[in-house]
Design a protein around this ligand. Sequence first.
Ligand SMILES: [Mg+2]
Length: 166
Amino acid sequence: MNRVVFFDRDGVLNVDIGYLWSKEDFVWMAGAVETIRSFNERGWRVVVVTNQSGVARGYYQESDVQALHQWMNEELTKQGAHIDSFFYCPHYPQAVKPEYAMACDCRKPQPGMILRGLAEWQADPADCILIGDKEFDVQAATAAGVKGYLFDEANLLDFVRKNGIF
Ligand SMILES: [Mg+2]
């Protein structure tokens, strides 16, 4: 069976500056690359689940989100790490772009992205965890049957060790 670690992106893997889309503004969170690599080496699947309502709000395009994620994996690969898959939610009920204005099943605290990740990797939720920095991340995990951890520290690797994840 596959084990999946789900990461929220902004505020967990990178510093949350609000509606980040450009690699020029991207700063890895302390310990993030090492943490991803450690999960890779232990055979976990690493999956990002990120709300990106900046698309619906017209701040940036889906192609910007996809390009940033591709760039993240290129940077990780240089350091012997990788993310196995990315899920993002571009929706927002009050979107300025009508095609994104909906009450979707993927915007956290809805569990849609996590459920899709579990299906993609054929993983039992009981074997999986999520690390997020907002209460709605943990709520989404709980709704999917996944144990959620609220990251509230400066260094992700310290947090993972302190919580006995490995
Ligand atoms: Mg976050």
